[in-house]
Ligand binder design. Sequence first.
Ligand code: FES
Ligand code: FES
Length: 162
Amino acid sequence: MTAVAASRLITVEINGVTYEHEVPARRLLVHFLRDDLALTGTHIGCDTGNCGACTIHLNGEPVKSCMLLAVQVDGASITTVEGLAPDGELTPLQQAFSEAHALQCGYCTPGMLMSASALLERNPHPSEEEVRIALQGNICRCTGYWNIIEAVQRAALSGGSA
Ligand code: FES
Ligand code: FES
């Protein structure tokens, strides 16, 4: 029987910073981000791939970080919600969320922002239906979907991407 390594050294770029980290083989990416790197903007709402609160960008694509092992992102480039506005200034999308009251408790907001910003990157002028489809993997338990969709469309109208 082949022995499985208990941990592995990975190198990953996150929000423009390169990290080299020894990670246990079974560590979920979301736990690596939150517990090892203190990037707690990425939330955990279910741990089963249903809610989308843990959404990040992996090599530019939105993915649920509770569905990946940290060792799987060795060599990858990641953006978390902290990376959307590295200089502390809200992006047009974040500004639109604020103006359209697109959050209540805010728990789903990081995941919504990551899914929506990925949409706007590939499609700067999405229809309402395209916004709904892009956000279908993100659950808002405060049921603020209408305002969230409005915020994404406002950001698109303002010409803002991320
Ligand atoms: S915590 Fe990952 S989808 Fe819910
Ligand atoms: S704002 Fe509360 S879960 Fe979406």
